[in-house]
Design a protein around this ligand. Structure first.
Ligand SMILES: Cc1ncc(COP(=O)(O)O)c(C=O)c1O
Length: 434
């Protein structure tokens, strides 16, 4: 066995990584430190999650304190007071009417939980034929069987084609590079793509459709920003046909766009919001599904004392995650990090768009502290150029993320102007030498 082969790494070309590993040893603020002691500027918040930056002492000490006090408490028929307090705090920043939270351990679990809540809700209200789901091309909703089925990532769909949920349709993606290239903020063209939902509804009949799920801004597929008016149109069509709308805010939740959630940023309120990542700033795994009161009432406003929803995880609201989450939310509030994201967004936008004339660049797009620089693909080797850019940037002390031929940025919300300057200068040099 080759050195390092015991660890089968997730979503990684294991063979190529292990030939030249990119290792991270410690972290603080905006930086990782490599085993050789050199620093790496983190322009992706780890994996879109460390919104408060790394190792904030307030979060570290909350986790340490909880670990010493109580390691674990079950939430099947028992409860930890801190989890109830946390839920109350969290629903203060959700849009009005979204008042309940179901805790999970990851974004994938949040997505599968939301899909199950949608199915169970329809059945509870006597509409048990409403079972179909509608997702979108190029969507990433994690790796559960539900998530990959509503997701639209071709490689995933190919590898697991035998195990997709039945009864799923996909809206077209909204990445119209020929019409919207180099857009700043919401792209101007493409709202009419939401009308495809009408076509799908007409095909299957609303009596057979449970819910529509979309990422307000697609992250993993390369930062695909919704065209002006698109999300509002989806909401209107869902209302017209009595379909639930789920926003997957695993990336956009907790300040990445400047508001607590994309729902507020774009003034479109879904029926459920799936989250993870920024919930605890990545410090302890945790996910959460935020649920509209009218859904919750369908389960609870009935006589009886049976279990209302046959679903849950051993680690739902794990004490360490609850402690990390409570402290993270305090850091967001105390340091005004969502406002900071909004304030830094124009600087970030200017920086990214200054790369317009750099070699290989065919599009740049951004919203809040999410951004992408798309490169022209190399003939016969999609993604190869961007992977070389990732390696060169890492060697030069900047961590970026790539997906296909797109370089994605989603820095911690504590980012400063000088970091943006360093990242942009590094990426320009990398592209010039690619
Ligand atoms: C929108 C979205 N949903 C779900 C997930 C899956 O989250 P996890 O990797 O925590 O399972 C991700 C992860 O990137 C995501 O971006």
């Amino acid at each position: 066995m080759k050195k390092m082969d015991s660890f089968w790494m997730p979503f990684t070309g294991n063979r190529i990584f292990k030939d030249n590993p990119r290792l991270l040893q410690t972290a603080r603020g905006m930086h990782y430190t490599k085993p050789d002691g050199s620093q790496v500027l983190d322009m992706v918040a780890g994996l879109w999650c460390c919104n408060a930056g790394h190792n904030d002492p307030r979060i570290v000490s909350a986790i340490q304190g909880q670990a010493a006090e109580m390691d674990y408490a079950p939430h099947f028929n028992f409860g930890h007071p801190a989890a109830f307090d946390l839920a109350e705090q969290l629903v203060e920043i959700t849009p009005p009417g979204i008042d309940h939270v179901f805790f999970t351990n990851s974004g994938s679990e949040s997505v599968d939980t939301a899909l199950k809540i949608a199915l169970a809700y329809q059945r509870e209200r006597g509409k048990g034929t409403k079972t179909r789901f509608i997702g979108r091309e190029r969507a990433y909703h994690g790796v559960g069987f539900g998530g990959i089925s509503v997701g639209g990532i071709p490689y995933t769909r190919q590898q697991f084609s035998g195990a997709m949920l039945p009864g799923v349709d996909h809206l077209p993606h909204t990445h119209l590079i020929d019409r919207n290239a180099f857009s700043r903020g919401l792209p101007a063209h493409g709202a009419e793509l939401a009308d495809e939902l009408e076509r799908i509804v007409a095909l299957h009949h609303p009596d057979n459709i449970a819910a529509v799920i979309v990422e307000p801004v697609s992250g993993s597929a390369g930062v695909l920003i919704p065209p002006v008016g698109y999300l509002k149109r989806l909401r209107e069509i869902c209302d017209r046909h009595d379909l639930l709308l789920i926003f997957d805010e695993v990336i956009t939740g907790f300040g990445r766009l400047g508001s607590p959630f994309a729902a507020q940023e774009f003034d479109v309120v879904p029926d459920m919001i799936t989250t993870a990542k920024g919930l605890t700033s990545g410090a302890v795994p945790m996910g959460a599904v935020f649920v509209a009161d009218r859904i919750w009432r369908e389960f609870m406003d009935k006589p009886g004392s049976a279990i209302e929803f046959f679903h849950g995880y051993t680690y739902s609201a794990h004490p360490l995650a609850v402690a990390a989450c409570g402290a993270t939310q305090r850091v967001y509030r105390e340091d005004g990090l969502f406002e900071r994201a909004r304030a830094m967004a124009p600087v970030f936008e200017e920086g990214l768009h200054s790369l317009k004339d750099a070699p290989h660049v065919i599009d740049i797009r951004n919203y809040g502290l999410m951004g992408a620089v798309e490169l022209a693909p190399e003939a016969g080797a999609p993604g190869a150029k961007a992977m070389r850019a990732l390696q060169a940037a890492f060697d030069a002390g900047v961590m970026i993320r790539v997906t296909g031929d797109t370089i994605a940025f989603s820095p911690p919300l504590i980012i400063e102007e000088s970091h943006i300057g360093q990242a942009v200068d590094t990426v320009r040099r990398v592209l010039e030498e690619l």
